[in-house]
Write a protein that binds this ligand. Sequence first.
Ligand code: ADP
Length: 785
Amino acid sequence: MDKTTKLLPLIPLRGMNIFPYMVLHFDVGREKSILALENAMLNNQEIFLVSQKVSKIEEPEEKDIYEIGTICNVKQILKLPGDSIRVLVEGMQRGKISEYKDKEPFVSVEVELIYDEQSTDDKKCKAYIRLIDKAFEEYINLSVNSFPDALFSLEETEEPGRYCDIVSSYLILKPQTKQELLEILDVTKRLEKLLLILKNELEVLKIEKKIGTKVKDKIDKIQKEYYLREQVKAIQEELGEDDENKKEIIEYEIKIKKAKLPKEPKEKANYELNRLKSSGNYSAESGVSKSYLDWILALPWNKSTKDNIDISKAREVFDKEHYGLEDVKERIIEYLAVKKISKTLKGPILCLVGPPGVGKTSIAKSVANALNRNFVRMSLGGVKDEAEIRGHRKTYVGAIPGRIIYAMKQAGSKNPLFLLDEIDKMSGDIKGDPADALLEVLDSEQNASFRDHYLELDFDLSKVLFITTANKLDTIPRALLDRMEVIEVSGYTSEEKFHIAKNHIIPKMLKEHNMDDSKITFSDNSITCIIENYTRESGVRSLERQIASVIRKAITEMVEKNKKSVNVTASHVKRYLGAVMFTYDKAETEDKVGVVTGLAWTEVGGVTLPVEASAMEGTGKLELTGQLGDVMKESAKAGYSYVRANAFKYNIDKDFYKNKDIHIHVPEGSVPKDGPSAGVTMITAMVSALTNRKVRHNVAMTGEITLTGRVLPIGGLKEKSLAAYRAGVDTIIIPCENEKDTEKIPKSIKDKLKFIFASKVENVLEHALLENTLNGEINNGDKTI
Ligand code: ADP
């Protein structure tokens, strides 16, 4: 091949190389280089660019410059501020310096044009190209630099030498390595070398990336946390919450100091405060800590009211606020007197027992008023779980203290009057018996250090005056009952209700409705009408409701009809309250066989209990129908056996249990009733039916029986006498042992009833049945008052 040479100006390149087909721009500052460039512009714009072996040499000599470089075409030159020039060149062809011609004013060299030595093995080249392709693509993906058009320009290139040069120009390599590639003229060898270099570069890149990711992850995590923390800070600052948190903590600190807590609660409070400081304002723990602190701070650890046990004042308050209830008032006065002398509050706990609405709660409130103590009430109705009394441990989600501590917080002093309502309505289950916890509360030996599960602190309940209420005694746990002194508050007679309504309820209700007796007045008849026809209860709660309803209706009438005042009469009541709701059962008006008026005690007070019996030919069956509870059925059977055993006494066919059927029926009443006190009534009905002797219609009776015919005492005598009186009877047969209870019966009733005290069934029958033709002996131990 002919050697072709060109004389060209030379610019030595520092730290870079240029391949043929490559476009490159660089700045030229050295004076010789600028002159070389100017010369090139004058001659065909061709220039020879070749790398310096060591880039930092300012004035390179021949030995400092590689021999092989690229003949380039100057495309553009741009004068930069200062003396330097930016130049854009395009590589044309490889060239080799064959001789240095001039050195001044710029270097010019004789350049020999050199060409690629093409390969004869096309397939080998293709294989190399494919491998390089793949590796280069991977290189591009891994590399941090972007090569937007690299793959595109390669697609267009078919000639292997040129392909190699283009790839080489994109790679970021040391100038020496690039120079090596530039100097290889054998295309196969150049491809081989390029693949080798690429593979090597890829390995390095992969390792770099791996290290990079690790470092980046680490940095990322740190940065993310930092960033988030900064963000939260910024938000809190923006919302003023950081300050708020601090403010809250300071507030707690002040409150704890001011509260003058006893030692243990104070320590707990400070401990919790420290926890609050270390947990963020919005963490779950901070909520728990705050509510715990709130509880400690809200409890009356040291606050108490000053007692004022002035007996005459107490009497005055009781009388002013409650009509009647003499026994109860007297008993409470005694209780207070003892407290005053002994100065300690230890002693039995009062338990007020009686039907609903008889004033148990309100008398307890009066006691608080009289003593000048705070009043707090807690209902035990339906309490099943010990935790309700003693609270849940703080570890429970949403735990709060038990009801005792809750009530103490409400009370606001450590010596309130604490009313435990409906103590007979608690029940235990698998979660523990609330009665056990209550025992601790009521026990004066233990309650100085009552421990709530939530607070985990001892709270002193020894200064509290507990009063309990119940409807009946039989469901109160025995151990609790032992610690209490029972005071019975029985139901009211119609007269008592009348006074309560007139002097207490009506004024109270008028006041609640913003009225007074200059605008609405009640005639006596209207009050009796409400009591008799619209209420049936031992207490006065529904009377209170009905009176309120009458007042509302009267106000409506005043507004509608533009009236200044209303005087409520019985006819007003009927108009306001509608059809009569209740009428009392009336006793029989004539003497009949087998029909007896018994008496029963129910939740709403005393009622009459008519019992009917008939005897008929049969096979000795005892049939019981109507409203008979289990206990009443037992009494009927016991009565039957008594009659069988004593048939001869009453002239009854001794074989009646074989040839007669007896049917006892207790008519359905509006109020369910059950109990043993119907015993005497059943026997009287059976004997009457079997002997055909009539029963006095003006006699009512009550009493439990034994198989041997003894008459045992019963409860609720006052209520039962009231019922008998209302039903229109004038004689009432009661067990001997109940004689003492007649003292509690209001005089107005006692005067109108004849009481017969029976100790045996014979006494009952003697007074209840007509035609005294009894056989055998009768114990005349009965007496009348
Ligand atoms: P209890 O606790 O026995 O169920 P409350 O104390 O709640 O009954 O009484 C119901 C209402 O009847 C209260 O408003 C109360 O003031 C009134 N009351 C009950 N007894 C009397 C009474 N003897 N004198 C005045 N008001 C009474």
